[in-house]
Design a protein around this ligand. Structure first.
Ligand SMILES: [Fe+2]
Length: 455
């Protein structure tokens, strides 16, 4: 009799527990964002209306050092949350847990956990530490009812499992990080939907928390194919971008997504190649002269870049932007097709004797390193990394034997890039490796900081 009476109550308890567990879940994440000496950002997406509590403990002694909660709006379409963890110690490891309380529930459940390590204060104390980071562009997850008919465009997503195993300092997403399709980019909701849906892919889970994630955008995660400054929903695209990434900063005065980020002795200028961009179809020249109206970054961002470069003492100064910059044979858009802006940048680098400039780009659906020789100046290089999971774009026509390409750097397969910075002060070496889905090196190139200085 007792057993018989207990059974329904146990059953009811289990049911309640299951309902609670079902609601108290993360939609996506946790994802590690901008992490530096004494702060870190941890991103999650919740079911709208639920509450997340972040608890951070010292890995060494298990002592709680930080706790914060956020309740999301029940009526919002989606509910991404970025926690700012502050007041941390330098060069220290922390464990964290994300507890979620579902809508209408009282008890939180642990919905995610991870670890992170703050940076080391090496300045004024010792040489800059060696480090590596990853980069990649063009990530496409199939969703057949909204995709173009025929062969699926998205490839093997297990590349993210390979990347999750890397012991890298951070990941730099180089644009086209998700692909807005026709059902997405005609509405504000659609732009949110795509970021929400692609971010929730389970195969990303380990990678997103394995290392800090930084991002710029290109046309497909900003708007439609080749979208430019005229894209009507660009303010909503910026909202989505800033809600789904956790960079240190995004532009100024509520415009653009550009910012500067540093890792050890290297600086990264994360450019916005869409918000201020003229149409790719605008004529590059007028009456034989560069068209002053055709710009990719726009005058305000260019002015910012120049000052940021002057302010940098880094041996390698990475200008990170979606479109290629130096490829004379590209049949597609390239900074050189914006001659006024390209010439302005080249004149600035010359006049101010800026050393160590390297471009890091995506978009092309293949990887390569392009060399741009300059008279009496050190050559410039553009490292293009693409695609992570989208279709392959094989080079054709005159680009096949592109004389500007560094030999043995063309990779026409899914890949990501691993860049390692090592060596003594004044002799730092940058090693670039294009890595396959399985973790094999498919192309490699190295350069010393000494080769990126004018004589
Ligand atoms: Fe693109």
């Amino acid at each position: 009799m007792v057993r018989f009476r207990l059974f329904p109550s146990i059953f009811a308890f289990l049911l309640l527990f299951l309902i609670n567990a079902a609601q108290a879940q993360l939609v996506s994440g946790p994802m590690l964002g901008h992490t530096e000496l004494r702060t870190a950002k941890i991103w999650v997406e919740l079911v709208p209306g639920s509450t997340a509590t972040l608890v951070v403990k010292s890995t060494k002694d298990g002592k709680e050092v930080f706790k914060t909660s956020e309740t999301t709006g029940k009526s919002s379409w989606y509910a991404p949350v970025t926690f700012d963890v502050v007041g941390l110690d330098m060069n220290t490891s922390y464990d964290y847990e994300v507890l979620v309380t579902g809508v209408g529930e009282k008890k939180p459940v642990v919905a995610g956990k991870g670890t992170f390590t703050t940076s080391e204060l090496w300045q004024w104390r010792k040489p800059a530490p060696d480090f590596s980071f990853l980069a990649g562009s063009c990530a496409y997850f199939n969703e057949p009812q909204y995709d173009r008919p025929g062969k699926p465009y998205g490839g093997d997503s297990s590349i993210f499992e390979t990347m999750a195993k890397e012991k890298a300092g951070f990941m730099l997403w180089l644009g086209d990080n998700w692909y807005l399709r026709e059902p997405d980019y005609f509405s504000k909701w659609g732009i949110w939907y795509r970021a929400h849906r692609d971010r929730s892919m389970p195969i990303l889970k380990d990678f997103l928390k394995a290392m800090p994630q930084y991002a710029i955008w290109d046309d497909h995660d900003y708007g439609s194919n080749d979208a430019d400054k005229s894209f009507s929903l660009k303010e909503e695209s910026r909202k989505v971008f800033t809600n789904y990434w956790a960079n240190a900063a995004y532009g100024f005065n509520g415009e653009g997504i550009y910012s500067r980020m540093s890792q050890n002795d290297c600086d990264f200028f994360l450019m916005d190649d869409r918000t201020y961009r003229s149409s790719d179809d605008m004529t590059p020249t007028v009456y034989g002269k560069p068209n002053p109206n055709k710009r990719m970054w726009g005058p305000t961002q260019m002015e910012w870049l120049k000052n940021a470069l002057l302010n940098s003492k880094a041996p390698f100064k990475f200008i990170v932007t979606g479109s290629q910059t130096l490829n004379p044979a590209s049949p597609f858009d390239c900074l050189q097709d914006y001659p006024v802006e390209f010439e302005e940048l080249m004149a600035f680098l010359d006049a101010e004797n800026i050393s160590g400039v390297v471009f890091l780009t995506g978009d092309r659906h293949h990887s390569e390193v392009i060399k741009y020789a300059r008279k009496d100046k050190y050559p410039l290089f553009d490292i293009t990394s693409s695609p992570l999971t989208s279709g392959i774009g094989r080079v054709f026509g005159t680009e096949k034997d592109n004389p500007a390409r560094i030999a043995n750097t063309l990779v026409e397969a899914q890949n990501y890039t691993r860049i390692t910075i090592s060596g003594k002060t004044g002799e730092r070496i940058m090693k670039v490796e294009f890595v396959s889905i399985k973790g094999e090196v498919m192309g490699t190139w190295s350069i010393s900081e000494k080769e990126l200085k004018n004589k």
